[in-house]
Design a protein around this ligand. Structure first.
Ligand code: EAX
Length: 325
């Protein structure tokens, strides 16, 4: 073969390889409500790095932090439809899609991080993950938002009575709202993208979220008081559209599930770090922090709600979660 022809063949072959490479690369859209550098971003970044590395870059991600793809309910709907590939979401709106999940949103159900992580990584949590595929989504892993605390612009909160009459933004979550009403507060459900402005304009007096959300959302700019109520554990999930999952090879499915585990570990680590450092940071930004909250009084106030929870979810099922050591 003459030299130029040989060169041409070589170039053509290289171009074909490039084309195959380009064709075979799938870019997955992953969204979440917290900002870049938040715990969700850490989780997403770890997941994306793992799948890219372990599929020889046949898969990579494009990240959409800061609610760029909407609130959590909207993003879950998009994942269900397959117009969005992945979402990391709190369980806030999840019970409206997969009712079995609602039980984990009961306030004061989990003693501490250890307890919660054990439940979600154990049989109870893993069984809940199996409820998602019939709803059009694969729940790859339980990850974490953190224990939620109340912030507000009016006064320090030590006991339930201090919340009386406060308009507090909550997630669109009936289990939370029913519980919080027993504290005395007026729960106002609202999608996350609206929260900062609502706090700024005084449409609501307060909100409740874990430290990593309070710091990454800069709520200290619009809230004076932080009470470390830890009134509910807020789990999170990494959800993948069935549309993507059903096209994956068995080997790629394994890669995605392993990547999800790595991601959850990284996200939980970031929650730990933010919980350890975030409160002092918020103080330095001008927030007044109540560290000693009368948790027993909050639990006492919650008793009527627990009667209703037991009716709805079964006292046995609640006890099964509480009994995990
Ligand atoms: O998942 O809506 C909320 O308050 C959530 O905690 C936030 O979107 C992160």
């Amino acid at each position: 073969m003459p030299r130029t022809a040989l060169a041409r063949t070589g170039i053509a072959a290289a171009l074909t390889l490039l084309a195959i490479g380009a064709q075979a690369q799938t870019v997955l859209k992953i969204g979440y409500t917290p900002a870049k550098d938040s715990h969700y971003w850490v989780g997403a970044t770890a997941f994306c790095a793992e799948i890219e590395k372990n599929t020889q870059a046949r898969f990579k991600c494009q990240q959409f932090p800061s609610s760029a793809l909407g609130g959590e309910r909207e993003q879950i709907e998009a994942v269900q439809l397959g117009t969005q590939d992945l979402v990391i979401t709190s369980t806030g709106p999840v019970g409206n899609f997969v009712p079995e999940v609602k039980i984990v949103d009961i306030p004061f159900l989990f003693r501490d991080y250890d307890h919660a992580r054990k439940v979600f990584d154990g049989p109870i949590g893993q069984d809940l993950l199996t409820k998602f595929p019939p709803k059009g989504m694969v729940a790859l892993v339980w990850t974490e938002n953190g224990f939620r605390h109340i912030t507000n612009s009016k006064r320090p909160i030590v006991k339930p009575d201090d919340t009386k009459g406060l308009k507090v933004r909550t997630m669109e979550n009936k289990v939370h709202m029913d519980g919080y009403r027993t504290f005395g507060m007026l729960p106002t459900p609202m999608a996350f993208p609206e929260v900062f402005t609502a706090l700024q304009q005084g449409t609501v007096d307060g909100q409740e979220n874990p430290i990593p959300v309070i710091t990454s959302s800069k709520f200290s700019q619009v809230q004076k008081h932080l009470s470390l109520t830890g009134h509910v554990y807020s789990p999170a999930l990494l959800l993948l559209s069935n549309t993507v999952w059903s096209k994956l090879s068995e080997a790629d499915k394994r890669v995605f599930l392993d990547a999800a585990k790595t991601s959850a570990a990284a996200q939980r680590k970031k929650v730990d770090e933010d919980d350890a450092n975030g409160v002092a940071l918020l103080e330095s930004q001008g927030m007044q922090v109540v560290r000693t909250v009368d948790k027993a009084a909050f639990q006492e106030a919650l008793k009527p709600a627990y009667v209703a929870y037991a009716k709805e979810f079964g006292a046995d099922n609640i006890k099964k979660i509480q009994d995990v050591k």
